[in-house]
Design a protein around this ligand. Structure first.
Ligand code: NAP
Length: 340
């Protein structure tokens, strides 16, 4: 009898998220009721934000409850449908959760959106997912880069950062990436066309920022927060824009670290620092998808992903984000892609 394996939240993490914070359960494959579809999960997205979803505090989404299947974006194939909007074989994307099969009635957090037949599922989970969209709207709407300006991106070899840096190059900016290994830095410069890259684990970031951005920093796309944000603040130019996309350096901290010491640079430099949550941009995803699709077809925007295979590895894969073990988008492959 085929079964459904799923990971539920066992208890709330304390410090670095652990495999033991979750429990792997095996149950019968659920049967769709009237109006529901049964989806076989193919890929799950691993997102740093998931660390925040398992903490019980006010946020933009309710926390995952203890005993609830771990929330995760994903994509899959409809295997049974009692909903007139879907037929078996449809490719769909939505909140599949960490499970091999999920039910959706097409509403709320579990709403599923149909993907065009033949969609590149990995790209749909990377450049064309919330990650790529965050790079696009965060950089262009909030960062407003102009040709000739200097853009610095942290977490630059990750899903969001690698796309944000490439878009900055497309817009004619001098672009400097900050990442956690020499291999990642070489990828940014040699393959993605960044002007320079800084390995924050082995180099003096403040010194290297000064060397690579001699006229100062116009736009900072921040994925990490912490000391790197502070060092960038010290080197911003007049009217700089700082885009707060995320702050992964503190996601596993039990107590939030103190804010940046150089905050007053915003005053002297008449600069702006602004955060965003990508779900506010969902109605505008099609315009971004169209433009990024064109850039990809022209070879100006490149995508990369790191795949971890097997539902049993889900918690371990989540930890990999905090260890920097991914380059580009980190995905969990839960099931096979449809043949053909
Ligand atoms: N605002 C929004 O709506 C929105 C939407 C999506 C994502 N985000 C945010 O965007 C950021 C990137 O997300 P992503 O999905 O693209 O993840 P990602 O960058 O693909 O993966 C996370 C990367 O963060 C780096 N990292 C881990 N711990 C770090 C630390 N202590 N200091 C500095 N870097 C560290 C690692 O790379 P290294 O090897 O370079 O350390 C790791 O590969 C996250 O902060 C996420 O929360 C925000």
């Amino acid at each position: 009898m085929p079964t459904n394996r799923s990971w539920v939240l066992a208890h709330r993490p304390n410090g670095m998220v652990q495999e033991t914070d979750f429990e792997l359960r095996e149950s019968a494959i659920p049967k769709p009721e009237a109006g529901e579809i049964l989806v076989r999960t193919i890929y799950c997205s691993l997102d740093p934000a998931m660390r925040g979803w398992i903490v019980d505090r006010p946020s933009y989404v309710p926390p995952v409850r203890i005993g609830e299947v771990m929330r995760a974006g994903g994509c899959g194939e409809v295997v049974k449908s009692n909903n007139p909007g879907f037929v078996p074989g449809d490719l769909v994307t939505g909140m599949t959760g960490w499970q091999e099969y999920c039910l959706s009635d097409g509403s709320g957090l579990m709403a599923m959106r149909r993907l065009a037949p033949g969609t590149d599922l990995r790209a749909s989970m990377g450049v064309f997912s919330g990650a790529g969209m965050s790079a696009y709207f965060g950089l262009l709407d909030l960062g407003q880069p102009k040709a000739g300006e200097t853009v610095v991106v942290s977490g630059a070899a990750g899903a969001v950062g690698s796309v944000a840096g490439q878009i900055a190059k497309i817009k004619g900016c001098r672009t400097v990436g900050i990442a956690g290994s020499d291999e990642k830095c070489a990828w940014l410069v040699d393959e993605l066309g960044f002007d320079a890259a800084i390995n924050y684990k082995t180099e003096n970031v403040a010194v290297r920022l000064h060397e690579t951005c001699p006229d100062g920093i116009d736009v900072y796309f921040d994925n990490v927060g912490g000391p790197i944000l502070d060092m960038v603040l010290a080197q911003i130019r007049m009217k700089a824009r700082i885009v707060l996309c995320g702050g992964i350096s503190a996601y596993n901290a039990e107590v939030p670290p103190p804010g940046p010491a150089n905050l007053m640079m915003l005053v002297g430099m008449r600069a702006r620092m602004e955060g965003f949550i990508i779900i506010d941009y969902i109605p505008r995803f099609p315009e971004a998808g169209e433009e990024m699709g064109r850039w990809m077809a022209e070879g100006r925007l490149k995508a990369r992903d790191t795949i971890v295979e097997g539902i049993e590895k889900a918690p371990r894969a989540l930890q990999m984000l905090f260890e920097g073990a991914n380059t580009g988008k980190l995905l969990l492959q839960v099931g096979a892609e449809p043949a053909g």
